[in-house]
Design a protein around this ligand. Structure first.
Ligand code: ZN
Ligand code: ZN
Length: 98
């Protein structure tokens, strides 16, 4: 079982350290595909309704209009519209070093 401590951030229960991940995620506004920056899909802008008006993201706990924490399974790919963590798009992982 996980030993991660549960905390409350903005009224939402999550593991300790997660608020920092949410804050860091807001800085990553786009993904790079073949050298082209594509803005990420914010929670609530997905094609499928995830209930953004009713509750925070069920996976990463961001609020509507915020960017998902990387590896969230609800984030939609801005290129193909599929689930980002499983889609086939080959985003440039190391664009900053290029
Ligand atoms: Zn999410
Ligand atoms: Zn994709």
């Amino acid at each position: 079982m996980s030993q991660a401590k549960k905390i409350l951030y903005r009224g939402v229960p999550m593991i300790e350290g997660w608020p920092e991940k949410i804050m860091a995620a807001q800085e990553i506004v786009s993904l790079t595909l073949k050298g082209r920056a594509i803005p990420r899909i914010r929670y609530g802008d997905e094609h499928s309704g995830w209930g953004a008006n009713q509750h925070p993201c069920g996976d990463c706990a961001v609020f509507k209009g915020e960017l998902h924490v990387p590896s969230c399974d609800i984030e939609e790919c801005p290129s193909c519209g599929e689930q980002l963590i499983t889609c086939a798009c080959a985003f440039d992982e190391d664009a900053e070093d290029a």
